[in-house]
Design a protein around this ligand. Structure first.
Ligand SMILES: [Zn+2]
Ligand SMILES: [Zn+2]
Length: 384
C-alpha cells in the first residue's frame, strides 16, 4: 500500500509542479454547478444544473452552486462568510447593476454551508436564506444526503429569496385582518460541538502527510483523485444512526452485505457503477442500504430496469463537416436485464475557422460567463 502511494505521488508530482501556490478561491469551469469536491453524481449535478439554467434563461437570475473539499485548500480565510464573499466578487455572480446573484457554497469537510447574496438584496432576505439553510438543507445534510440538500436549497433560494426588482406576487399585499408578522431572523449557527469526524485510514493518511513539506501538493493530488481516496471514501464509512432507535449502526463487510442486495444492485457493484453500503442496527436489526454513485462511471440508468447498468457505445455513421451536421449511432445494452436499444443522434456542424475574430464560439455566451455582480457580504451560514 505504501509503495503504491509512493508510486502514485511520484507519477503525479510533475502535474502539480506549478500548483503549489494556493489561490484565494477556485476558478469556475461553468456558471452553473462547480462540484470541486466531487460529491455530486452526474444525475444530481444535471438536476441542479437544470434548475439553475431555468432561472438564468427565464428570469435572468444568476445562481451558482459550488462545492469545495475544504477552505484549507485555498489561501487562509477568516470564515466561510469572507471566503464566499471573495469568491462571489471574484467571479462576479449576478447582474452588475441589479446585484441579484446568489451563491450556494458547501465546504464538505469543514461541514459548512453558506448562501451568499448579491448587494442588491435587502437585509431581510438574509433571514430567509438562514431559514432555507435550517429547514431545507441541514436536515438532509445531517442524514448524509448532500445532493438532496443542495437541490432543495437551490429550489428554495430561487423561489423564496426576493429581489426588489422581481415581479410582485399576490403575497405582497397582505390583508388587513392578517397583518404580516415580520419573521425574526433565524439564529445562525456558527459553532456547534463538532460531531465525531469521519475517521479511517484515508483521514489518517491525510493528517500524516499534511505535516510534511510536500503535504500541500500531496493533499492536492489526493483531493484531485476524488472518489478514489477522497471525501467519498470517508463519507461512506461515517457512523450512521438507526432511524428506528438511534443506536449507531454497523456497516457490513463486502461478503456479508451481498445477501441484502438484489440482482441489479449486485450487477452495479460488479461493473463498478455504484457502490452499496449496508448498515445493520445491533439493537433491532434494522437494515439500511445506501447506494453511492462512483466517479468516472460511464454507465447510466437503464430505462427498463432503472439500475445503473446501461452501457452505451457510440460510433460515427456520418462525420460532421463545416457544411452539414453529422450522425452518430448509440448502441445501448443493459448488463442487468439485457435490454438493448439503438438510436441515431445528430452531431453539431463543425465551426468554420474564421481569421477575423468575429466568429462565435459553440457555447452560448449566456451560460458561459457571469454578469459581474457583487456582494457586500449578505446571506446566511450554517454547519452540520
Ligand atoms: Zn435500531
Ligand atoms: Zn436494465
Amino acid at each position: 500500500m505504501v509503495r503504491f502511494f509512493a508510486l502514485l505521488i511520484a507519477l503525479m508530482l510533475p502535474c502539480f509542479a506549478t500548483a503549489q501556490e494556493k489561490l484565494p478561491y477556485p476558478e469556475h469551469y461553468t456558471v452553473l454547478t462547480n462540484d470541486f469536491a466531487g460529491i455530486l453524481s452526474d444525475e444530481a449535478e444535471a438536476q441542479i444544473n437544470a434548475v439553475l439554467l431555468t432561472a438564468r434563461e427565464e428570469r435572468g437570475r444568476e445562481m451558482t452552486v459550488v462545492t469545495i473539499r475544504s477552505r484549507e485548500d485555498y489561501l487562509p480565510s477568516n470564515d466561510i462568510t469572507s471566503f464566499s464573499k471573495d469568491l462571489f466578487n471574484g467571479w462576479g455572480i449576478g447582474n452588475a447593476e441589479l446585484n441579484d446573484g446568489i451563491l450556494l457554497l458547501v465546504a464538505i469537510e469543514d461541514r459548512e454551508i453558506r448562501i451568499a447574496l448579491g448587494a442588491g438584496y435587502p437585509a431581510r432576505q438574509d433571514g430567509i436564506a438562514a431559514r432555507i439553510i435550517q429547514t431545507q438543507i441541514l436536515p438532509a445534510f445531517r442524514e448524509g444526503r448532500i445532493a438532496d440538500g443542495i437541490l432543495a436549497g437551490t429550489n428554495a433560494s430561487l423561489s423564496r429569496i426576493k429581489h426588489p426588482n422581481d415581479a410582485p406576487t399576490q403575497a405582497a399585499t397582505p390583508k388587513a385582518s392578517q397583518p404580516q408578522v415580520p419573521q425574526p431572523p433565524q439564529p445562525v449557527v456558527l459553532e456547534q460541538p463538532p460531531e465525531p469526524r469521519p475517521v479511517g485510514i484515508i483521514a489518517n493518511i491525510l493528517a500524516y502527510i499534511s505535516g510534511n513539506p510536500l503535504g500541500a501538493i500531496i493533499v492536492a493530488v489526493l483531493t484531485s483523485l476524488g472518489g478514489f481516496f477522497g471525501f467519498r471514501g470517508v463519507q461512506q464509512y461515517r457512523p450512521r444512526k438507526c432511524p428506528e432507535c438511534g443506536t449507531i449502526m454497523l456497516r457490513l463487510g463486502d461478503a456479508q452485505e451481498d445477501q441484502y442486495l438484489d440482482h441489479g444492485q449486485l450487477v452495479e457493484e460488479r461493473i463498478k457503477s455504484k457502490n452499496y453500503g449496508v448498515w445493520i442496527c445491533p439493537n433491532d436489526e434494522h437494515i439500511t442500504v445506501i447506494g453511492y454513485s462512483t466517479l468516472f462511471s460511464k454507465k447510466s440508468a437503464c430505462p427498463n430496469c432503472n439500475y445503473h447498468t446501461y452501457e452505451t457505445t457510440r460510433f460515427v455513421v456520418t462525420p460532421a463537416s463545416t457544411a452539414s451536421m453529422g450522425i452518430d449511432q448509440l448502441d445501448h445494452r443493459c448488463h442487468n436485464c439485457d435490454h438493448t436499444a439503438s438510436e441515431k443522434v445528430s452531431t453539431p456542424r463543425l465551426p468554420e475557422n474564421n481569421s477575423d475574430g468575429g466568429s462565435s464560439s459553440i457555447g452560448s455566451s449566456s451560460s458561459s460567463s457571469f454578469g459581474g455582480g457583487s456582494s457586500s457580504g449578505g446571506g446566511a451560514s450554517g454547519s452540520w
